[in-house]
Design a protein around this ligand. Structure first.
Ligand SMILES: Cc1cc2ncn([C@H]3O[C@H](COP(=O)(O)O)[C@@H](O)[C@H]3O)c2cc1C
Ligand SMILES: O=C(O)c1cccnc1
Length: 340
């Protein structure tokens, strides 16, 4: 498969986890002053981080949320409770620091970058034809890879994407259905809050998008081109770029989950570098996570996107690394380990 030199190189750089670092972290978890396994998922998370970062005692050196905005032609089908103007209006809000993601990223100590992925000439209406050309899909992936590289160069090793795009739960459901094979009705939710009639119409629109476009769910580029969106393509690129730099990828909600599915189809090894932050209220989110073998850290009944769930989970991920790094061993603390 050849996508472009940059995308191909990036995918080729994503390998399996560092087995020696995993083994060392596992061994250290076994001798820290606590009953074995008592820190639950903090333990497995620290071991996964060791493998991702390639460090026996992993250290989070920087956190970044890359928020990507894009417009969706399919919004014209009435699939959202809000008008498309909200997308550029929210971009100004991100820049001014007043959105939920600004509050949560500040709380997490994460740097925010905002990318306009074609607001104003967004993706075409997927109910009538493909979302974008193959060239645009490649460009989206490259923009995301470059953005992740910039954050990695600045010291981040915990990287999340966030989305803003009125209508984008519609392509996300189409992507999730195409990649996982799940029925459209089981992966379609209310997004910003459409009513019962709106939900029925949204399901019908997504069915039409899949019928008209016939995406090949095993081919990430085909799915992105036919039923994706510009911000979703950039987010998939962010994930590929971050993983190629041995950064941990914190996966946010439904839209980020759809982008994660596309990146996973392009590079199956990437799933080991994903940390699923939370379970969104959107029913399709969990379907996608399960397909990739991921179990979310939090269930906060959130359904916003923007990277909010990912930012909220970042301090927990960092806490996992700190326990592994800072706790004393039984020997160091002179605590009986129960074996003697
Ligand atoms: C004020 C506002 C802020 C948001 N921030 C994220 N979204 C989220 O909601 C939208 C997806 O839902 P749907 O498919 O129903 O349009 C996306 O913009 C997503 O980022 C927002 C939506 C609104 C209205
Ligand atoms: O889970 C999400 O990311 C989500 C859900 C609804 C609307 N916007 C985003």
């Amino acid at each position: 498969m050849t996508i472009s030199p940059l995308v191909d190189q990036t995918i080729a750089a994503i390998g399996p986890l560092d087995a020696a670092a995993v083994a060392a972290a596992e061994a250290r978890q076994g001798v820290l002053t606590k009953p074995p396994g008592s820190l639950g998922r903090l333990e497995s998370l620290s071991i996964q981080l060791a493998g991702i970062l390639g460090q026996p005692i992993p250290q989070i050196t920087g956190k970044a949320v890359i928020v990507v905005a894009g417009d969706h032609g399919v919004a014209a089908e009435g699939v959202s409770a809000f008008p498309a103007e909200v997308t550029p209006q929210m971009v100004f809000n991100f820049v001014a620091g007043g959105a939920a993601i600004n509050a949560l990223a500040r709380h997490a100590g994460a740097n925010i970058t905002v990318i306009d992925a074609g607001v104003g000439y967004g993706a075409a209406n997927i109910a009538r034809g493909p979302a974008m050309s193959r060239e645009d899909a490649v460009r989206c992936l490259e923009i995301g890879i470059n953005a992740a590289n910039e954050q990695a160069d600045a010291g981040a090793n915990l990287i999340a994407g966030g989305d803003m795009g009125i209508g984008n739960t519609t392509p996300s459901a189409a992507i999730t259905a195409a990649v996982t094979g799940a029925d459209v009705a089981s992966v379609t939710g209310r997004g910003t809050g459409v009513d019962d009639a709106g939900l029925e119409a949204k399901i019908a629109t997504i069915r039409r998008a899949l019928e008209v476009n016939q995406p090949d769910g095993s081919d990430g580029m085909d799915v992105l081109t036919k039923v994706g969106g510009f911000e979703i393509g950039v987010l998939a690129g962010v994930m590929l770029g971050a993983a190629a730099r041995n950064c941990a990828v914190v996966v946010d909600g439904f839209i980020s989950g759809a982008a994660a599915l596309i990146a996973w189809r392009l590079c199956p090894d990437i799933a080991q570098r994903y940390i699923a932050a939370h379970r969104s209220v959107e029913p399709g989110h969990n379907v996608g996570l399960q397909a990739m073998g991921l179990s979310p850290l939090l269930d906060m009944e959130m359904r916003l996107g923007e990277g909010t769930g990912a930012a909220l989970a970042m301090p927990i991920v960092e806490a996992a690394a700190k326990c592994l790094a800072e706790m004393a061993t039984f020997t160091e603390a002179g605590v009986s380990d129960g074996d003697d």
